[in-house]
Write a protein that binds this ligand. Sequence first.
Ligand code: BGC
Length: 352
Amino acid sequence: MRGIIVTPGTEGGARLAELEEPERGEDQLLVRTMALGVCGTDREILDGRYGWAPPGRGWLVLGHESLGRVAAAPSGCEFAAGDFVVGIVRRPDPAPCVCCARGEFDMCRNGGYRERGIKELDGYGAELVTLEPEFAVKVDPSLGLLGVLTEPTSVVAKAWERIDRVKYQACPPLASALITGAGPIGLLAALLGVQRGLEVHLLDRAREGPKPELARSLGVSYHSGKVADACREAEPEVVLECTGAPELVAEVVQGSAPATVECLLGVSPSGRALIDVGTLNNELVLENDVVFGSVNANRRHFAAAADALAAADPDWLTRLITRRVPLAAWTEAFDKRDTDIKTVIDFTDDTR
Ligand code: BGC
């Protein structure tokens, strides 16, 4: 079978390799991969800037945004051949820390967690993969290939859950949200905001291309100016910063009104100081702001994501997947095009 393999820590060594088919353990599912979404983390791994191979081995199978169909399942488990499934990314640390012990492995406290396709465990970018049922989530078969959006949606489902927890005791109640960045994470965060009945505003520098129209057809107001202007107009109680661009992060912290919750979801390049710590501290203390970062997702968030996608307009979700490339041409998935939102490697396309 074919699989995309990378050498973490090395730039440019990734290739499509002929791998041995995995042997299913008696408690495991065997899953035939249908699609793999690609994101900035995969790009960082390909560039040698992130990622860890399994101990004692130099290479790793890439891929953490999965969709597949069960080929074989243990008898008596909740999965059966033909089910559409997505694999959870993270596995608890072996110690386990107090969070991993409670199944909240997305909040792992000792850094000993592992992640499929990212940290020490082979990913889902191979034609056949094995998966433990407790780390598999069923998705609605009517979604077809759109089920591959479950993992990025799980990340925003977790973010909204954490926002709820912070807002629970806060004043004022949640009515309006501003989201910065209309990439897949920003657009999926907007979808979940709309599904919660909020007034949602989306800010992105793109003035043309698919993003403004995707926002409008979701009933979301689209902005492409400054964060402070969007904040004045939207009066958001919460901002979800989805770009990681240091300028935008600084604008969000400085441009939002008192008592705003700011959830940071993007990863930034480091090395540039845009704001001094004293100013930042005063923004937070004197304005009762809450700023928190959020990454990864646990089983509950994957289940919430699968439900959110099943409830969404499939035509709108289809427009998020702006490019599908066959496995044989997988490198093209990492070409950057202005109109890209989510690119997917289509394992069902046999073009070689
Ligand atoms: C994935 C997360 C993961 C993070 C860091 C993201 O792209 O969606 O599941 O925790 O990368 O490894």
